[in-house]
Every structure is written in structure tokens, then in C-alpha cells.
Design a protein around this ligand. Sequence first.
Ligand SMILES: Cc1cc2nc3c(=O)[nH]c(=O)nc-3n(C[C@H](O)[C@H](O)[C@H](O)COP(=O)(O)OP(=O)(O)OC[C@H]3O[C@@H](n4cnc5c(N)ncnc54)[C@H](O)[C@@H]3O)c2cc1C
Length: 396
Amino acid sequence: MDSTIAIVGAGVGGLATAALAHDAGHRVTLFERFETPRPLGSGLVIQPVGLAVLDAIGAGAQARAMGQPITHMLGHEVSGREVLNVAYRSAAPGLALHRSALFQTLWDQCLARAIPVITSSTVDSAPLRADKREITLTDGRRFGPFDLVVDTSGAASRLSPLTARALPFGAVWGTVPWPDGCDFAPDQLRQCYRAARNMVGVLPLGQRPGLPGRHAAVFWSLPVTQLADWANTDMSAWRAQATDLWPRIAPFLTTLTQSADLTPARYSHGTLRRPYAPALAFVGDSAHRASPQLGQGANMALLDAMALVTALRMEHPLHAYAAMRRWHVRSYQAMSAVFTPMYQSDSTLLPRLRNHLLAPFAPLPGIRHLLTRLVSGDMLPPLAGQVFPQQPPTKA
Ligand SMILES: Cc1cc2nc3c(=O)[nH]c(=O)nc-3n(C[C@H](O)[C@H](O)[C@H](O)COP(=O)(O)OP(=O)(O)OC[C@H]3O[C@@H](n4cnc5c(N)ncnc54)[C@H](O)[C@@H]3O)c2cc1C
């Protein structure tokens, strides 16, 4: 206990690790590349397992007050045929949040703990050997030595050795006000597909900090070749294309008049076999990346944070951290690799499998239960060998 920890990146994993490690009695310093830490992008779903970590940090109540409970994930083909219908347990829905709302809840927790944050500091390198525990910034400044460096700098990490495979499809994401008089249930994530080539969806989000009313995220799947040219999109032609796919989405598109109203997101897939080096741990997207099709990335970062801080009490902490998370991470990575091309690819076979083989079996009781556990994040124990949810680690 009472070790010094440098955390690289004030995103989901970094802020959660900082709060949990502080509560466990460690001396934590956060390094963030931005002058003012801020989230990028639109919305995401925090699954019940991720909410348990937010609760352990003390951020759960604020997150629930800002967000929108999600009870169902629904998807249909352009023909109207339902091909996805996954329900959460009624007592444990998912929580959809704008990224800025999630960021605010975690940031407030770090502020309340007076955790030092060094902003405008892009970390360039960190120790890969046990005897050199410093971090070096791109401007040449050096900090340390630390007992441990935690890389939570996400998909663009300079420290992680992970080489992820770029996925052939990404998406553009926009945030819109919830349309007046809209007859969509506010607790359902909904998607419409044409095979796996086209997908448009709506995720109800709840509130955005500082803005009135409720919001939704709109997403539109695109091959990466077209994603690069998104800035030149004719928006009225795009709105016509999206409403041709799914006419009922029209009210959500009226405020999306410029291509800059939607942000392109590229996806990649890969997993570090060993999410640590001597005195360096990888948490979140720096350790594993996947498409957001299963909605697990932020949850994985939160679970990693909880596992790492729990493991710091153990004899071989980094080894224990990896063991605690190994099978949960690997099973979700495998599921994401299997399911993503059924929803985003040029394949004609895979969406047929989805529609004619998987969809008819999904309502069967055993399969329905399995799908509920899959989206909820507890298909396997999130922290192997530990009771979960657990009481947060406390000072010895
Ligand atoms: C479009 C989209 C939709 C998604 N939907 C979902 C969803 O529904 N549910 C879900 O659970 N997940 C979802 N995800 C995934 C989720 O957003 C990520 O998995 C999660 O944010 C990873 O957290 P992290 O802490 O690893 O990285 P991040 O949250 O990306 O944080 C990284 C931080 O590090 C900082 N940083 C980067 N490099 C440096 C450096 N060199 N030095 C200092 N600071 C640095 C960044 O500025 C940032 O603040 C989605 C992702 C995308 C792209």
C-alpha cells in the first residue's frame, strides 16, 4: 500500500483507476494530453457490470441521474423483419450516457479526492524495465520514479505494444435533441439494417451537462474508405439515404445539417496477450480494442481499473491483475470478432446467418438468458476469483 502511481490518460479507465487507487491508499498522479480534459464523441452504454464499478467509486448516483436506462436492444432488417431483440434483466438495465456526462461524473470524483492532474502533458514513453520507472513527455519533461505506471491512454496509446487490426467498417456518430412528439420508447436502443452493408441506429442518451432537455445519439455505419471522405458528404442526400433505409428515423435527422454534426469513428480489434510489463500496467483500450457492437469497451476499462487496484493488494500484483481479467476479456473479444461482421461488412452470407439461423433461436429461454448475460457484461465472472460486485479496496 501507499505506492506512487502515474496514470497516463484522464479518460474512462484513467479516472476510474485514479479514484479507486486513491481510495486504496496509493499516491496517484494523472497525466492528460489535453489542456482541459474532455471526452470526444457521442454516447455509449454502461452495462450493469460497469455501473457496479461506478457505484464502488461513488459515481453511480450522478451517472443514473444524467443517463437513460436501456431495457432492450432491438434491430430489424429494412423489410421490417426483427433480427435482434435482447432484453436486460428488469432490475439491472444498461445506462446510456453522453460521453461528456460519463466524463463529468468520473472527473467530479477525482476532483473531490483532490487527485493531482497534470494537463497539457502528452506522455511519450514509460518504463518497460523494472529499474527505470519514469515517464517522459513529448516536450522532454520527465517525472518519477514511480512504483507503477498505468497506461490508460486509449486506442492511440504510445506506450502499448498492441498492434490492433483495423476493421473494414466504422461509423459516424452525432448527438441530437430528442424530437418532440417522437413515439420511440426512450429505453430502447434501435437499429435498422440492409444486410450488413448499411446500418442506422438511435441510442437514447439522457442529459448533456449544461444543456436542457434529453438527447439521443444517431449512428450510421460506413466502410472506412467512405469514412475518410465524410467531410464532403451532401447532407440532404445522406438524410434521404438514411430515411430510405428507415423512414421512422427522419425526426432524429433534422438537426444534422452539416457533415461536422457527425463525428467519424474508426474501429480496430486486438488484445494484448500480457497486459503488463515490469512496473507498467495496461488498462482499457490500450490493452484490448474491439468494435462497439457489443457495447463493452468502457465497461472493460472500468472492470480493468477495479481488477488492477484489487490486485495491488496481492503478492504478484500485475500477474494477478492479468489473471483476474484474462477470460472475461478474451471471451468478449472473441464474441465481438464473431458478431461484428454480421452487422458491419460486405458479406452476404453472414447477415443471412444472423437473420435465418440466429434470430429464430434468440427467443428460446436458454439462448435469451445467454444474450442478456452477454450484453450485461457478466457472461463470465468479470473479476475471476473475486466476489463481484465487491466493496471497493480501502486503505489498509
Ligand atoms: C463510436 C464509439 C462507440 C462506443 N460505444 C461504446 C458503448 O456503447 N459501450 C462501451 O462500453 N464502450 C463503447 N465504446 C468504447 C469506449 O469508448 C472505449 O472502450 C473506452 O472509452 C476506453 O477507455 P480508455 O480509458 O481506455 O480510453 P479513453 O476513454 O479513450 O481515454 C484515453 C485518454 O488518454 C488521453 N491520452 C491519449 N494519449 C495520451 C498521451 N500520450 N499522454 C497523455 N494522455 C493521453 C486521451 O486524451 C484520453 O483522455 C465506443 C467507442 C466508440 C469509438
